[in-house]
Ligand binder design. Structure first.
Ligand code: BG6
Length: 510
């Protein structure tokens, strides 16, 4: 390199530059809960580590228990040390939490909001300007509307010369009606542009990469329709059981826990029309159109399009594990599904007639989240019969986790004198193509919420459109007599799921 030459920029680090964020106070309601400890505080730390937080950043924890600022500071440091994706740098950690505040208060007690108001005013004063406020509701869902209403009553839903945003975790309701009620109560206090409904799958790099693949490459769009695509399979399988979450999970079940939100989001990104621009509303408009194009299942014929099941005892990672009913705190009679599979259609010009298969479950053979797009077979095979045996339709797979990447299966000739074909994989793997480690979903989403970018958050009409699809399934299942079918822990799921497949379609191996 000559003495005057500019240093070479690393082309692979493009996109990692920092976007400016207005000085902000992040207030975590449910500051001592599981989500805050495992995800939010480590995410804040990693943002700090990368210099992505605003220059003036303050953290306030709100919870019911009594503790001092110092005790909360210690607890926050400990959470980061335990759960951060990278070992924390002690200096960054000490600086990040140096001025952390803890405000004690029951979420429905006005006195707590007065204390919070005073603490926020002090932080503004110390900062010399009004800081934006980002309230993160990481509490039990029953508190979401209460907290928003109390924030409103205390006047904390607005802030002169600064923005106020509220992040709401899932679940947004437990059916259409309760979701509408929650949305109504929230929007009585806040404007839609202040509401950040989290679906953490949208923060995953590979999920966003589906948009890059579809809309930054000329290769896919011409075949991205019913003429070339045979079927789409979306899998979100987990090998873990429900652990200690029976209290939440037994009330929820697999359909509400993963399908209503994460899986339908994956479907919309795969099926949506190209937005005119990547602004929040343009993207969300297109996603809502997809959801509206999905005909709601008929509850009276639910078994034709939906399968539920519950795990029975089996083995996971070589160890014997109990069935769902053997997990602690699961009611003896529980009919909650730990597995759900659906066949949906997107009834529009692009997708009519293409089955979209969705399945999710706990205690399946392994953890994998992927979207597999199978193309139609070629119209004619000119090879002799023996040579044609390995010719399979092309499958494009977006693997969200683990081994994040995209692969395309192609038929290739096996070297030798005979014309024999077998599938080979063309693969792009994040780990080998990019030098940086992918940020955790919560890092991206927290930063976007602080920046006020709503693109990766679900809009009110979107959430309700999701429930319009899920509600009839819940109703159909509730009306079914008999036991919920079982599947062995560590297996591929229930036999019954095969009945959802059309023609020669088969579930992919988990
Ligand atoms: C959560 C569900 O939303 O997503 C959990 O409540 C599930 O039950 C989790 O385990 C899966 O997320 P991830 O990022 O591990 O795929």
């Amino acid at each position: 390199m000559s003495a005057t030459a500019e240093p070479q920029a690393n082309p692979l680090s493009a996109g990692l530059e920092r976007l400016p964020v207005h000085p902000t106070t992040l207030v975590i309601f449910g500051a001592t809960g599981d989500l805050a400890r495992r995800k939010l505080l480590p995410a804040v730390y990693n943002l700090a580590h990368e210099g992505a937080l605003p220059e003036r950043f303050q953290l306030v924890g709100v919870s019911r228990g009594e503790q001092t600022d110092e005790e909360y500071r210690q607890a926050a440091i400990e959470s980061v040390e335990t759960f951060s994706r990278r070992p924390p740098d002690p200096d960054v950690l000490a600086r990040l939490f140096a001025e952390v505040r803890y405000v004690q208060g029951a979420f429905d007690d006005p006195a707590g909001y007065e204390r919070l108001d005073a603490a926020l005013a002090e932080l503004d004063e110390a900062g010399g300007l009004p800081l934006n406020r980002c309230f993160y509701l990481s509490t039990a869902p029953s508190f979401f509307p209460v907290i928003v209403e109390r924030l409103g009553a205390q006047g904390l839903h607005r802030h002169e010369d600064a923005d106020v945003r509220v992040v709401i975790e899932k679940p947004i309701g437990r059916d259409l009606e309760s979701a509408q009620e929650l949305n109504r109560r929230v929007l009585d206090v806040l404007e839609e542009k202040q509401v950040f409904r989290i679906d953490h799958y949208l923060g995953k790099e590979t999920v966003q990469n589906m948009l890059a693949f579809r809309f930054a490459n000329g290769l896919f769009e011409p075949v991205w329709n019913r003429n070339y695509i045979d079927n789409v399979q979306i899998t979100a399988s987990e090998d873990i059981g429900i652990g200690t979450r029976a209290g939440y999970y037994d009330e929820s079940g697999a359909l509400r826990d993963l399908v209503q939100n994460h899986m339908l989001q994956l479907l919309t990104l795969l099926a949506m029309e190209p937005p005119v621009s990547f602004t929040a509303d343009q993207v969300r408009d297109e996603k809502v159109k997809v959801l509206r194009a999905i005909p709601a299942p008929d509850p009276a014929r639910i078994e034709e399009v939906a399968v539920r099941a519950q795990y029975a005892a089996g083995t996971a990672a070589g160890e014997d594990v109990p069935g769902y009913h053997g997990e602690s705190d699961v009611p003896a009679e529980s009919a909650t599904e730990t597995y759900a599979a659906l066949r949906l259609e997107v009834d529009n010009w692009r997708w009519a007639g293409v089955p979209f298969y969705l399945r999710t479950g706990k205690r399946l053979a392994r953890k994998v989240t992927e979207i597999a797009v199978t193309l139609k077979p070629v119209p004619h095979l000119a090879f002799d019969q023996a040579g044609s045996v390995g010719v399979l339709p092309n499958v494009l797979v977006f693997t969200v986790q683990p081994n994040e990447g995209v692969s395309l299966s192609l038929g290739a000739k096996i070297p030798g004198t005979r014309m024999s074909i077998r599938p080979v994989q063309m693969e792009f793997l994040y780990g080998t193509s990019f030098l940086s480690q992918s940020p955790e979903a919560y890092e991206r989403l927290l930063l976007d919420a602080m920046r006020g970018d709503l693109t990766l958050f679900t809009r009110v009409d979107e959430v309700e459109a999701q429930w319009r699809i899920i509600d009839p399934v819940l109703r159909g299942w509730a009306a079914l007599d008999g036991d919920v079918p079982g599947y062995e822990a560590g297996s591929q799921g229930p036999e019954q799921a095969h009945a959802l497949m059309v023609g020669a379609d088969r579930w992919r191996r988990i």
